[in-house]
Design a protein around this ligand. Structure first.
Ligand SMILES: C[S@@+](CC[C@H](N)C(=O)[O-])C[C@H]1O[C@@H](n2cnc3c(N)ncnc32)[C@H](O)[C@@H]1O
Length: 349
């Protein structure tokens, strides 16, 4: 029987679709709570909405509505009518949470995203990014030149996401015979710091755009803990990769158009010695189905901003082939979400 012929089954479907259709409102509620400091105002013991509102400096009536909407999604717990406390999910949004997910929430709700999502239909029709259409320049130029707040929110979100996985990644990267590493588009250097901390013989270079490396983690700076075996280099990897190393890391960067990825790989080939290794660290599209609920939407996010995409393992392998690299292997990094994969290749010769 078709669900439409069974009124209660049909209503269940209607409910599921309506839930999906209000998704933008759910994301906005989460972002509003973080921006208003609600997670810091709610405690582990139940508090009345009025008390939370005073602490967050908002109106109690509307805050009650915001908390109710989030509680329905499993964020915060309403212990008795009008009294809320943290649950495991809402606690992750606090400023003092070691996971820093607050920064990811702020980034995923950056003002440009609310300009770009409504144009997803155009992006799907034409297969092109919409950010350059809206702002008249490519995504990273727009961020760094015109939207410094969003740019710093991006850097913080990337660092937060990196901090969730860096230790696991570092455990799985084989640096036994490697003396020098460059992390290309390495953000603020969280992964590089972790690698240098775990491998005292390794010298590292952090390479990223100027605005990003200006806020590199202090341990990598000249006076920092690893200052004597680390350099921080500002530059554009699409123009050149001016650093020689035995291992080139590309984490969460080859998700832009493949022509850009090929340019970066070619720039590496121009500088590096034959035999040098390249390691792509990324989540992949053919991972665990449950993870795909996040990854497949991030894939659309990439389409909107840089006209890019998430890849499958074999697409990465093919990319290496096109760039003239020898593909070596792919391994998953356990304990990461979405699961990161290490896709390795070497420069022939
Ligand atoms: C998605 S983030 C990944 C950051 C870091 N690798 C990580 O996994 O946390 C992409 C990074 O690429 C950098 N980036 C973008 N275009 C670049 C370019 N042309 N040259 C160098 N870095 C670039 C951005 O500044 C940003 O730090």
């Amino acid at each position: 029987m078709m669900a439409q012929d069974d009124p209660s089954a049909a209503m269940e479907l209607v409910g599921r679709l309506e839930h999906l259709a209000v998704g933008a409102g759910v994301a906005a509620a989460l972002q509003a709570a973080v921006k208003l400091g609600v997670p810091e105002a709610v405690g582990d013991e139940p508090k009345e909405v009025a008390e939370i509102a005073t602490k967050a400096n908002v109106l109690p009536g509307t805050l009650g509505r915001l908390l109710r909407a989030l509680e329905r999604q499993g964020v915060f717990e309403e212990v008795s009518p009008g009294f809320y406390r943290h649950n495991e999910l809402s606690r992750l949004l606090r400023d003092d949470s070691p996971y820093g997910l607050k920064h990811l929430v702020v980034w995923l709700g950056a003002p440009w995203t609310w300009q770009a999502w409504p144009r997803l239909d155009e992006a799907v029709r034409h297969g092109k990014a919409v950010v350059p259409e809206i702002y008249g320049k490519d995504f990273y130029s727009y961020l760094n030149q015109d939207a410094p707040e969003s740019a710093r929110a991006f850097d913080k979100a990337m660092t937060a996401v990196s901090s969730l996985s860096s230790r696991q990644v570092a455990k799985n990267v084989d640096l036994g015979e490697v003396n020098s590493v460059v992390d290309i588009a390495g953000g603020q250097g969280h992964l590089l710091r972790t690698l240098l901390a775990q491998h005292s013989h390794v010298h590292g270079t952090l390479f990223d755009l100027e605005g990003t490396v200006a806020d590199a983690v202090p341990e990598l700076g000249e006076d920092g803990e690893f200052g004597d075996r680390c350099q921080v280099v500002a530059g554009d990897c699409l123009s050149e990769v001016p650093v020689k190393a035995e291992l080139y890391i590309l984490k969460n960067i080859l998700d832009w158009p493949d022509e850009n990825s090929l340019r970066v790989l070619n720039n590496i080939k121009e500088t590096a010695d034959p035999g040098s290794r390249v390691l792509v660290i990324d989540s992949v599209m053919d991972a665990v189905p449950e993870e795909m609920r996040v990854t497949s939407v991030i894939d659309l996010f990439m389409l909107l901003n840089v006209g890019g995409q998430r890849h499958t393992r074999s697409e990465f392998e093919a990319l290496f082939g096109k760039a003239g690299f020898e593909f070596t292997r792919t391994v998953a990094v356990p304990g990461t979400f979405p699961t990161l994969h290490l896709v390795e290749a070497r420069i022939p010769g």
